[in-house]
Design a protein around this ligand. Structure first.
Ligand code: HEC
Ligand code: HEC
Length: 332
């Protein structure tokens, strides 16, 4: 008798847990990501698309900066002749290498359809239905217009194919489950972004360039609310540990920047005599047009000022504002 009741309570609990998982959307963690079926749409290659795709990939979105081994002894550019071949390692809990995105048929994306690529880039679902880890900034690319997406894919197809088999990712528990809850399918067309003012254009470019993925501090993998672009996020790429800096207009950020200094820094990696760590990929963004860089700067001047002192020239100390550890942490 007693045991039967226990069984009923057990079943009720089990049902309650299932219901809670369902309501929270966490059940996705166990059954795999939400994904739409791929279509057979194709993107025609045109000179305009090739030009736009090359500009976006090489100067704005940084696909090749992540998807290639890098010349860390030099200026941090993708190693010549290995562009897009993958294997740059990421410090996610577990093992995560950037895959080969050259058109090689066996080890790259040469046999993927255009829509399979489109779904991976903007919706975070790989060809086999697996959720991509969001270091791949698909959340930012979600606002990439259909036309820009077509341009990126058409350009990717023209990269020299390189044979390089990259190890599949192995994320640690619970990340291997949690990644499945993130992808959201795009079921309607994405029109061109509203770039009617310089500031709006800058905001869109800053998103496509994923500046905030590095410059906004995170807690447990999520951006800390109220600290957009306020720096303090610890990065640990081959040049060693360095934190992103505060790029808001606050006195502790970059209030002293004007358009000329911003362009100079993006083009040379130097703020006057101070040389920036090459983890800041200035050599990638530095090739953007003057107009695009000026738009990004115009937008930066409008973001909320956040008081947060960060300095890489002094030893790291714990910071109670971002809960991280960085130079001047103890002064916040
Ligand atoms: C900040 C680094 C970063 C940037 C920028 C980036 N990627 Fe990725 N990308 C990754 C990582 C890491 C993965 C692997 C994720 C995983 O397997 O969970 C990935 C996965 C992919 C995949 C899936 C490949 C496969 O075999 O599953 C494609 C396709 C892709 N990226 C294309 C692009 C394109 C195109 C761009 C530029 C528009 C881009 N990526 C920009 C890091 C990046
Ligand atoms: C891969 C991570 C990463 C990305 C992406 C990134 N940054 Fe940075 N950035 C850094 C780091 C790290 C530093 C600090 C370098 C140092 O102190 O030597 C930095 C420094 C800067 C500085 C110099 C601030 C100062 O102290 O004078 C500016 C300005 C800046 N970034 C703007 C941007 C913009 C704009 C974007 C996007 C277009 C961007 N960053 C994208 C990592 C990144």
């Amino acid at each position: 008798m007693k045991f039967r009741w226990l069984k009923v309570i057990g079943l009720a609990l089990f049902a309650a847990i299932l219901a809670a998982l369902f309501v929270s959307g966490l059940w996705r963690a166990f059954v795999g990501p939400k994904a739409r079926a791929v279509t057979n749409r194709t993107f025609e290659s045109t000179p305009a698309r090739l030009e736009r795709g090359k500009y976006l990939v090489e100067n704005v979105t940084g696909c090749l900066h992540c998807h290639s081994d890098r010349d860390w002894k030099g200026d941090g550019s993708p190693v010549k002749g290995r562009e897009g071949a993958g294997t740059f390692f990421y410090g996610a809990p577990g093992t995560l290498h950037a895959p080969n995105i050259t058109p090689d048929k066996e080890t790259g994306v040469g046999s993927w359809s255009d829509d399979e690529l489109a779904r991976a880039i903007r919706e975070g679902v790989s060809r086999d239905g697996r959720a991509l880890f969001p270091i791949m900034p698909y959340m930012n690319y979600r606002q990439m217009s259909d036309e820009d997406l077509a341009a990126v894919i058409v350009y990717l197809r023209t990269l020299p194919p390189i044979s390089n088999a990259v190890e599949k990712p192995k994320l640690d528990f619970p990340l291997n489950f949690l990644v499945n809850t993130m992808p959201q399918p795009l079921d309607s067309p994405v029109p061109a972004a509203d770039v009617s003012t310089q500031v709006k254009r800058g905001e869109h470019l800053l998103t496509l360039a994923s500046c905030s993925d590095c410059h906004t501090p995170q807690e447990k993998g999520a951006p800390i609310p109220g600290m957009f672009l306020a720096g303090g996020f610890m990065l640990n790429e081959p040049p060693g540990e360095v934190t992103s800096t505060n790029i808001t207009p606050d006195p502790s950020g970059i209030p002293y920047y004007d358009e000329t200094l911003f362009l100079e820094m993006m083009r040379t990696g130097q703020v006057k005599a101070r040389k920036l760590n090459i983890t800041m990929p200035w050599n990638l963004y530095g090739k953007m047009s003057d107009d695009d860089l000026k738009a990004i700067f115009a937008y930066l001047k409008t973001v909320p000022a956040v008081s947060h002192k960060v300095d890489n020239t002094v030893p790291a100390t714990p910071c109670k504002v971002c809960k991280g550890k960085h130079g001047f942490g103890d002064r916040n």
